[in-house]
Design a protein around this ligand. Sequence first.
Ligand SMILES: Cc1ncc(COP(=O)(O)O)c(C=O)c1O
Length: 412
Amino acid sequence: MILNGNNIREAFPILERSVYGKRFVYFDNAATSQKPREVLELHDTIYRNSNANIHRAVHRLSAEATDLYEQGRAAVKRFINAGEDGCVILTSGATASFNLLAHSFTARFVGKGDRILVSEAEHHSNLVPWQLACDRVGAELGFIPVDDRGEIILDEYERMLDGRVKLVSVAQVSNVLGIVNPIREMVSMAHAKGIPVAVDGAQGVVHSESDVAALGCDFYIFSGHKIYAPAGTGVLYGKKALLEKMPPFFGGGDMVGTVSFEGTTYAPLPLKFEAGTPNYPAAACYAPALKMAEAMRSDADVFHEERRIVMFLVEQLQKINGLRIAGLPRDMGNKVPVISFSVEGAHPEDMALILDKMGIAVRSGLMCAEPLVRKFSDKGLLRISLLPYNTMEEAEFFMECLKKTLAMLKAI
Ligand SMILES: Cc1ncc(COP(=O)(O)O)c(C=O)c1O
């Protein structure tokens, strides 16, 4: 199918369903994306036709499943423009990638008194693994501040880049604020001091550039399920020179060279970091999933419609008395369709429950970014997050329903 702004929805069967007998509006895409038909079909075909454990047996089905898994990896490598072989590690999700990175990077490169910098706007998965790892090696975490608009304060960041800092790990786009951070600039500033940078691309891979060579980062992490692949898929990209020095995280089958009771040697990259049976049917689906993402991102109509919808929603929301958006960059070109807000006198969970009854799926609460969300509202936030299969008509319907909701809650 050739994609364009008109037929994207047809590629996603779930969007045809209704909820409570009403049209279904899915505005919770930052949590997970819906899956296109090609992904559903490949996943199904693998289990029906080519199911066998990968990398292990000499038989035909194992070879087919291995090929499909490696085609998934090749699709990731192309999509993020990772030059070197061996530098794309497939994991079960961004969280698994961060735990791997935090454990193995600190084990090799971080000692007592050293620092890792993250921003104040991180998802828990780019925060808690560093807390655990820093505790283990006696290092400490530093927090790059964001201002009231949700933008990283670059002057402060530059001041924090001192000799103790061994790594910067920062979100490309926060799952709450929906602002594209100036990653290229942040990478250059860190590299000028010899400090490597890891980027949390869980939202950025969907809404911003995913070219790791252009970004210049040393590590890039994302989850496949947020970009049309099945759940249980994640990526850790790393520069080979760093990955080669890092010890494995999980031990087990497939990640070894030779094993004896006296000791073990490890497989070359990327398998050194891929112990055990991976979710190979899901990982194989990177190929159709990223083809879909590529088709969407290269369509100018899709891009312009998305910009129009973002501006419409932000403008309409700002007209509501007592409503405050968390994440309003100076340059609205940096705002992606991830919009979180609070409304005076209305609890986000109540709003989400009422909107659900109207057929609209949104997210409410602390959104796995508690320190950041609490900076904006103690009760949590309501978040809407869109992908190119969402339409202006849905955005208008959402605004109507939100106003009805706030009237019911006597907040307007
Ligand atoms: C910015 C960001 N980082 C990391 C994650 C963690 O992803 P996962 O739960 O797929 O491991 C998410 C998920 O919402 C996210 O939005």
